[in-house]
Design a protein around this ligand. Structure first.
Ligand code: FES
Length: 131
């Protein structure tokens, strides 16, 4: 294989890798316990102008379950204050975020509050079927 061809194939493989990564969008849940979307949190921050991350719990209970999302909630609040357009949280993949929470729950022994939808049900496409 010519060097040019190898570079081309590597570029295509990189493009495939990037295409397979689903970056969190505004409607993906930030708080996986209470299914509070990033859009809801950003809207809450814009309207209510909280000064502390703990105040984000007033947004549909975000952060009051297992605690996994508190760092991201704090980051969203901090990023809303920064003028920089470079927002770290916008590069998270929904799958990596959910996998991180699963590891967090396993490592800390914490549990989502009773009554919330278990993550297996959120990620299992069969759970959406009604047959
Ligand atoms: S993911 Fe938000 S409290 Fe559990």
């Amino acid at each position: 294989m010519e060097p040019f061809d190898r570079q081309f194939v590597e570029s295509i493989n990189l493009l495939r890798l990037f295409a397979s990564i689903k970056i969190m969008n505004l409607d993906d849940p930030v708080c996986l316990c209470f299914h509070v979307s990033r859009r809801k949190v950003m809207s809450f921050i814009r309207v209510e102008k909280p000064t502390r991350g703990s105040q984000l719990s007033e947004c549909q209970g975000a952060g009051t379950g297992c605690g996994w999302c508190r760092d991201l909630l704090e980051r969203l609040l901090e990023e809303s204050r920064e003028s920089s357009a470079e927002m770290q949280s916008e590069r998270l993949s929904a799958e990596d975020y959910a996998a991180g929470r699963a590891r967090y729950l396993e490592e800390t022994g914490r549990q989502p509050p009773p009554g919330v939808t278990p993550m297996e049900d959120l990620t299992d496409p069969a759970a959406d079927r009604t047959d």
